[in-house]
Write a protein that binds this ligand. Structure first.
Ligand code: DC
Length: 222
């Protein structure tokens, strides 16, 4: 059984998906982490993200695999565990820029489909319900206003002691939304059979309960 959760940056997908996976006994697959690992490689190689040919040829040398340690997904880039290196804004923004290219996507989509073929997964990303797992039993489109998402990101950064400007965080989120929603290849959009959940005024627990209710209605919860 597969559950697909798509939505824009900062909607809470990974927090929610992780909790759901734990409670339901599914494996959580974070596809954004795979795009981030690719992006890290291009940053390290100083590949120009606006040059499709350069990105395509550099991507031939990239091997990404996934392994689980204590239930946590680890992304392995050319033999190195890069989990500790992919969470920065710089890597996220590079991931959004290079994920527009078909060659980058092809490699990762096939890895994602293989993972879901063998196991019950909750997979989150941008194109899971529309492209990676079109036959997923449950599809959720999880969103929130750009203001609510920026507030969450801003609070997270503040808690880490990073000084930042709220307006700049919101602008960054809106730019990322635009890029992810307007690219030609598998843009972020709600699948026709996905259920929309707007978390702007919901707590994490309320979102988890809402999705579990949707799963029960579709008879996926155990
Ligand atoms: O979810 P995230 O912030 O870790 O994702 C980083 C970027 O990777 C996102 O802005 C677009 C890209 N991405 C994608 O194109 N398709 C996915 N399934 C997941 C992420």
């Amino acid at each position: 059984m597969n559950i697909a959760i798509d939505g824009p940056a900062g909607a809470g997908k990974s927090t929610i998906a992780k909790k759901l996976a734990k409670e339901m006994g599914f494996v959580y697959v974070d596809t954004g982490a795979m795009y981030r690992a690719m992006a890290l490689y291009f940053l390290e190689q100083k590949t120009d993200s606006s040059d499709e040919d350069a990105v395509t040829s550099a991507s031939d040398a990239v091997n990404i695999t996934i392994r689980y340690e204590n239930g946590e997904q680890q992304v392995i880039l050319n033999g190195e565990n890069v989990n500790g290196k992919i969470r920065s804004e710089e890597v996220g923004s590079m991931a959004s820029s290079v994920s527009i290219y078909p060659n980058v996507r092809k490699k990762l989509v096939s890895l994602q489909q293989k993972l879901a073929a063998d196991t019950d997964v909750i997979m989150d990303g941008r194109d899971i319900g529309t492209c990676v797992l079109p036959h997923a039993e449950v599809k959720i489109y999880l969103t929130a206003s750009s203001r609510a998402r920026a507030k969450r990101r801003y609070d997270e950064l503040q808690a880490k002691g990073v000084t930042c400007d709220f307006e700049a965080v919101q602008k960054d989120i809106e730019e990322r939304d635009y890029r992810d929603m307007h690219r030609k290849e598998s843009p972020l959009k709600q699948a026709e059979d996905a259920v929309l959940v707007d978390s702007s005024n919901m707590t994490i627990e309320q979102v988890v309960q809402e999705i579990q209710k949707i799963c029960r209605e579709k008879a996926v919860c155990r």
